[in-house]
Design a binder for this molecule. Structure first.
Ligand code: NOJ
Length: 611
């Protein structure tokens, strides 16, 4: 009896010790997660290895309106997405970034939200979302949601109230100012053309909208607004989502002086992107988001940080700044801008592109983490912009671009259809376009100010407009590309007959199979995740070459960005034994001193030096 009591007490003590240990380990893991440090996570007694997942992951962006229509109404939806999860599993991606699915009047295709805790009717119901999330999780795929909280829709109940009177409870949820002599309060320009201020008759005042006038900016200075946002974020986290992509998060803190901003050549308004982004309290707000919401969950976070600089990125995505896991920078996709911003048909110079990529690769090293992307729902198709979308070179150049991106340091993003080598469209009439940005720019630059001729503008829109990325996904060569059985909400690119998933998934030479190989390679090749980046031949206009190095192991990545042959001198180390080819878009193996690269050729070799 006595013995059993002692044994019982010993067991209790052991249990308590275990509980304490688990508690401390959890605390440790939490601190580690909070510090977001890959190596510290590994050191935490193996308690939690999740935190480094976002570095090893490949993220796939879905633009729901154009991905897959499950009910035949011509608009993509949640059940449509769920029906394609096996395709994504086969591709091997780890995380889906879901562009907005929330209730919205659709001024900006869901980036104008009228209810954060409901779905857009055309996309389905919250139950459909729960089903999608559980089916994704069942396949080991995470889902991160778009968080659009710089602004709401003007149809959000907060704004409907806010505009009613100066004393309304919700008045200060938004940014209202008096005009100046019948003009807007200052010269700030909207990203979607025109002034960033809209006059509202009811109270004879202006409200701020950095995007469309149907997207009023929230007033982040007001603690109540921030609390509402945190409550809503917590609600989604409790549902089990896996993170957030934070829309224009670098714009949430406004300089409270509301002074005029410098006007760039060719512009009519003050440049918000350059002078307003990364406002005075943005880092304080992001730290607060972490303290109030994020740290309680195991999440992946990425900030869309327009106007971000290296110094700012180190704060947003620093390994121990407690803000975000990574950021999207914009420098490489703004290189081909002209005096009217993106409305040009200029092609980017490879030397400039390498310079920008090199800067982000090397200057964030050891301090913060990059997101890697060539395209998304706001950018033209990668192969048309940086590669060559002619029949002859589309496939080979799409593979080259994929290699160039996935081998760099950071988390690669694939935008729907990129893995098939989908191209830009070629619409010839303004009516064929849907995008609010395009329509407003056409009105301002062509119709109102006659700065660009109509045909020239259509040509520029076909090069740089956002609808290039928004035409429906090509699933098959059957009617409407297998996207819908109804009438598609926007024209489908007629080249779906040749470029589609159906013809690529079982073809080992397809763009799809090549992406699949790259995505899987990332899981096996720590060099792809952790190697430091070293640019070679910065001044060559034809070749993008770099190495990734960890101690005595290194990768050599060589990409010919042109349709001409290009000679490349292979560094000595790679001519020794133990050098093996990891991937390439032409057959053949083995390196020689001088390699003659074929049009758009790429190869990656790995050297493990014996020391
Ligand atoms: C950035 C999004 O990516 C874009 O699609 C949207 O129009 C603006 N933010 C406004 O939300």
């Amino acid at each position: 009896m006595h013995f059993r009591i002692i044994q019982w007490k010993l067991n209790i003590r052991k249990e308590n010790r275990l509980k304490r240990k688990t508690f401390f380990n959890r605390q440790k893991a939490r601190r580690v997660l909070f510090a977001q440090d890959l190596y510290a996570a590994e050191a935490a007694d193996g308690v939690i290895m999740e935190s480094k997942k976002w570095k090893q992951s490949v993220i796939y962006q879905i633009y729901p309106r154009s991905f897959m229509d499950g009910n035949g109404d011509g608009v993509g939806d949640l059940t449509g997405i769920a029906s394609k999860l096996d395709y994504l599993k086969d591709l091997g991606i780890d995380i889906i970034w879901l562009s907005p699915i929330y209730k919205s009047p659709n001024e900006d295709n869901g980036y104008d939200i009228s209810d954060y805790q409901d779905t857009m009717e055309e996309f389905g119901t919250l139950e459909d979302f729960d089903y999608l999330l559980s089916e994704a999780h069942a396949r080991g795929i995470k889902i991160i949601m778009d968080l659009v909280v710089n602004h709401t829709s003007d149809e959000h109940p907060w704004f409907v109230e806010s505009r009613k009177s100066k004393t309304n409870h919700y008045r200060d949820y938004y940014i209202w100012k008096e005009g100046k002599n019948g003009q807007p309060p200052n010269n700030w320009g909207s990203y979607f053309s025109g002034s960033a201020w809209q006059y509202d008759e009811t109270t004879d005042m202006y409200y701020l909208h950095l995007f469309s006038k149907k997207q009023p900016d929230l007033n982040w200075e007001l603690p109540k607004v921030r609390d509402e946002v945190y409550k809503m974020m917590t609600w989604w986290c409790d549902k089990g989502i896996d993170g957030f992509r934070m829309d224009v998060i670098s714009l949430i803190s406004k300089d409270q002086s509301y002074a005029d901003l410098p006007v760039q050549e060719g512009n009519l308004y003050g440049n918000v992107d350059r002078y307003l982004a990364n406002g005075p309290r943005v880092h304080e707000f992001l730290k607060e988001i972490n303290r109030k919401v994020l740290f309680k969950y195991d999440l992946v976070t990425v900030g869309e940080t327009t106007g971000v600089t290296i110094e700012e990125a180190k704060k947003y995505a620093g390994f121990n700044t407690n803000e975000l896991n990574m950021v999207f920078q914009f420098e490489h996709v703004n290189l081909d801008n002209g005096i009217y911003g993106k409305w040009t048909d200029k092609r980017v110079s490879l030397v400039e592109l390498k310079k920008v990529m090199n800067k982000w690769q090397t200057e964030l090293e050891g301090a913060a983490w990059n997101s890697l992307y060539w395209n998304n729902h706001d950018q033209p198709r990668a192969v048309s912009r940086f590669g060559n979308d002619s029949e002859q070179y589309r496939v080979i150049s799409a593979k080259m671009l994929a290699t160039c991106l996935h081998m760099m340091k950071g988390t690669p993003y694939i935008y729907q259809g990129e893995e098939l080598g989908m191209t830009n469209n070629n619409f010839d009439k303004l009516e064929d376009f849907n995008d609010v940005e395009i329509k407003n720019a056409y009105r301002e630059l062509v119709e109102e100010n006659h700065l660009i001729a109509p045909d020239d503008m259509i040509r520029c829109i076909n090069k740089r407009g956002r609808d290039n990325a928004r035409t429906p996904m090509h699933w098959s060569n059957t009617e409407n590309a297998g996207f819908t059985t109804g009438a598609p909400w926007i024209k489908i690119n007629p080249n779906y007959k040749d470029i589609n998933a159906g013809s690529q998934i079982h073809d080992e030479n397809s763009v799809f199979s090549y992406y699949k190989k790259l995505v899987h390679m990332r899981k096996q090749e720590p060099l792809m995740v952790e190697g430091t980046f070293h640019l070679r031949l910065p001044d060559r206009e034809d070749i993008f070459a770099y190495e990734r190095i960890i101690k005595n192991e290194k990768l050599l990545v060589v990409c010919n960005f042109t349709e001409k042959e290009a000679a490349f001198e292979v560094p000595e180390d790679y001519l020794k034994q133990n050098c093996k080819k990891l991937i390439g878009n032409y057959s053949g193996e083995g390196l020689q001193k001088i390699m003659k690269l074929k049009p758009y050729e790429t190869f990656v070799y790995k050297q493990s030096l014996i020391i």
